[in-house]
Design a protein around this ligand. Structure first.
Ligand SMILES: [Zn+2]
Ligand SMILES: [Zn+2]
Length: 348
């Protein structure tokens, strides 16, 4: 096997280059060498591409982006259990210390030592090969393609959101924002038994996708006041759970004002550092529970099982496909046409 591989390396704002870089090798006995076959382009990849920073984290050295990936096992280290060459796997992008109180209590996404693919300083998956610990690789059943395997990452976010919020059979929910995360959250809510699922967005084709994936009602937020429309659709009651999947002051406020008294609000979208006009009185007088979310924990197995069983459909999220060589032009195009794309996938 060649000593180098092709990778898309981010040098600066809107400066992404295809280059030959050293090919990763197994350096620890628990690692697996994976040939990458599909990688989703995430909103965060676009954000890194456009600004070279997210919050306080800055790209200072050249970085390979990409964290929604799946591929084929080529080699396994001597301590690897349960995987062999030829297996197809979804790659969970965050690997944790496995020792701290959060790792040991099952909330490993709160681990303070969380290297994450495509996030400085850890190189990501817009490349051909990756060496990764076997306990963050999940074997794909025959029913699922590698593209669907890559989509387990956004599906895991939706699963985690719905589990944190505790959606139960018969619940009424609103999902604000019908991008990839809104669409996986909607499907996870449905899988957990929500019966009325309202989805809002400003882009009609995303609302159409939401309807296809199980939304019972849609609201075009460009034309209607979301909390008012939600109240109307729920006979004045509001929803049991509101999922905010955009991350703007306005949509956070809309989520809070859409919840019924005693309801839950789940923040999913990556918001600004602080918000304007936070409706604190709605939270107080309605005793709302607002929950934050950081990535996910233990969410790949249920995401894969639900996709295998056909309870969720991640394939129809994919609207565009590009090769790795096309990525510099493709990511620029996606950056300029955000509302025309649900999910673009790179097939190296
Ligand atoms: Zn992502
Ligand atoms: Zn830890």
């Amino acid at each position: 096997m060649a000593a180098t591989m092709k990778a898309a390396v981010l040098y600066d704002v809107r400066d992404l280059r295809i280059e030959q870089v050293p090919r990763p090798q197994i350096t620890e006995p628990d690692q697996v060498l994976v040939k990458i076959d599909a990688v989703g382009i995430c909103g965060s990849d676009i954000h890194w591409y456009e600004q070279c920073r997210i919050g306080m984290v800055v790209v200072t050295d050249p970085l390979i982006l990409g964290h929604e990936s799946a591929g084929e096992v080529l080699e396994v280290g001597e301590e690897v259990v349960g995987l062999k060459p030829g297996d197809r796997v979804a790659i969970e992008p965050g690997r944790t210390c496995r020792r701290c109180e959060y790792c040991k209590s099952g909330r490993y996404n709160l681990c303070r030592d969380l290297p994450f693919l495509g996030t400085p300083p850890v190189d990501g998956a817009f490349c051909q090969y990756l060496a990764w610990p076997y306990d963050f690789l999940f074997k794909l059943p025959d029913e699922l393609s590698l593209e669907e395997g890559a989509m387990m990452e956004p599906m895991a976010v939706g699963m985690h959101a719905v589990r944190l919020t505790g959606v139960r059979v018969g619940d009424t929910v609103v999902v604000i924002g019908a991008g990839p995360i809104g669409l996986t959250t909607l499907q996870a809510a449905k899988a957990h038994g929500a019966t009325q699922i309202i989805v809002s967005d400003v882009v009609p084709f995303r609302l159409a996708a939401a309807q296809k994936l199980g939304a019972t009602d849609v609201i075009n937020a460009a034309q209607a006041d979301v909390p008012e429309a939600v109240k109307e659709l729920t006979n004045g009651r509001g929803v049991d759970a509101a999922f905010e999947c955009v991350g703007l002051s306005q949509t956070i406020s809309d989520a809070i004002k859409s919840a019924r008294p005693g309801g839950r609000v789940q923040l999913v979208g990556v918001g600004p550092e602080s918000v304007d006009d936070f409706p604190i009185w709605s939270v107080m007088e309605n005793e709302l529970t607002i929950t934050g979310l950081f990535r996910y924990a233990n969410a790949y197995p249920p995401a894969i099982a639900a996709a295998q069983a056909g309870i969720v459909d991640v394939k129809s999220l994919i609207t565009h496909r590009f090769s790795l060589d096309e990525l510099p032009e493709a990511i620029a195009w996606v950056s300029d046409h955000k509302s025309a794309v649900i999910k673009a996938v790179v097939v190296p």
